[in-house]
Design a protein around this ligand. Structure first.
Ligand code: SF4
Length: 355
């Protein structure tokens, strides 16, 4: 069978399969562009199960585009705390502000206008336009790339922009005149639940098995072909958990760069020895009362890995330039990314993977 025919067949049978097998997910209850947009942005790099709670809390606090445009950025960071890639939520707000000023707070049903919004790439624009406006705009993410390359035994590198663009165009050609959103969601669902990323795909239950070029033997393992990943830079940091009268010392991170604008425990590059850590605390005017304990953890970002040594130091004075937060403020007010949250007394875990 020729490859174009395989794609056409897939597009024909998949909506029916989806109608019978789709998971019921909170963001699939309607086709409101705000709901689709928010869920797609949250789902980038994050598992469905982890997103469900975040999605519900976010919508309860920020129910629509005007509310998002006007929300306090601190609240948005707090609602995103632990999800990682915080630029996503800042871009959500920038896009909401543009939607408010340029489009009366609504999404335009036009691919180019949606694609032009901050934080919205080809994938998200394709998802919003096909699911909400029934436009033939495929949303090609890792799930869809996996299905399509396996289906056609396509050994080209999918990280090449031209290859990805070509696949998107070929898919667009087989989109039906109506029901574009169903096909988009069906493709994503097949890649998420049957032709999955971890280990052997469930070809026995795949609706495309009869015409898939990679179903025999272990051929599926050859697709998709990805570019070699850049090696992560490893950096050492010393983190301080300074405590005083039931509060902990926080600092605000710079407005640009990694974890921009979020809160952090005070930290410095490289690993200090205990005596050096106490001396630094004295220099900062904190009157340290000694070293309570120390611990070491790893935190992995996309391009960098932090090897973190943390000192717990009770202090007698507030020093200068620190914000002292009690338990309630840490819980409800200040967004502390996982890289630091894992050192909070009582919450010490070795969470990996937040960016
Ligand atoms: S038959 Fe197997 S390899 Fe082919 S698309 Fe289906 S699950 Fe993936």
């Amino acid at each position: 069978m020729e490859n174009p025919q395989r794609l056409r067949l897939l597009a024909e049978i998949l909506p029916q399969w989806y109608a019978e097998h789709a998971r019921s997910l909170p963001w699939r209850q309607d086709r409101d562009p705000y709901h689709v947009w928010l869920s797609e942005i949250m789902l980038q790099q994050t598992r469905v199960e982890a997103v469900k709670g975040y999605y519900a809390r976010f919508l309860a606090a920020v129910p629509d585009i005007p509310a998002l445009a006007r929300a306090d950025p601190e609240l948005l960071h707090k609602l995103w705390e632990g999800l990682g890639y915080y630029a996503r939520v800042r871009n959500l707000q920038k896009a909401a502000q543009l939607l408010l000023t340029r489009h009366n707070g609504r999404f335009p049903g036009d691919y180019a206008a949606v694609r032009a919004l901050p934080g919205i790439g080809d994938y998200t624009a394709g998802a919003i336009c096909s699911i909400c406006f029934d436009l033939p705009t495929p949303a090609v993410d890792g799930n869809v790339l996996r299905v399509v390359t396996r289906l056609r035994a396509d050994g080209r590198c999918v990280d090449e922009p031209a290859v990805k663009r070509g696949l998107r165009e070929e898919l667009a050609e087989v989109y039906p005149p109506r029901g574009a959103g169903l096909l988009t969601q069906a493709l994503m669902e097949l890649g998420a639940t049957v032709c999955g990323p971890n280990g052997k795909p469930d070809c026995e239950h795949c609706p495309a098995a009869a015409f898939c070029a990679a179903r025999d033997g272990d051929a599926w393992a050859n697709y998709p072909l990805r570019a070699k990943k850049r090696e992560r830079k490893v950096e050492r940091r010393t983190v301080f958990v300074f405590s005083r009268e039931g509060t902990l010392a926080l600092k605000k991170r710079r407005a640009t760069g990694l974890l921009a604008g979020l809160w952090e425990f005070p930290n410095v590059p490289d690993w200090l020895e205990p005596q050096q850590a106490l001396e630094l605390a004295s220099e900062w005017g904190l009157h340290p009362r000694g070293l309570e304990r120390q611990t070491e953890r790893t935190h992995v970002f996309t391009h960098v890995q932090w090897e973190m040594r943390c000192f717990y130091i009770p202090c007698a004075a507030p020093g200068e330039g620190f914000l002292w937060a009690d338990e309630a403020a840490l819980k409800g007010q200040y967004a502390l990314p996982t890289a630091f949250r894992m050192f909070r007394p009582g919450q010490e875990t070795n969470i990996k993977g937040e960016r």
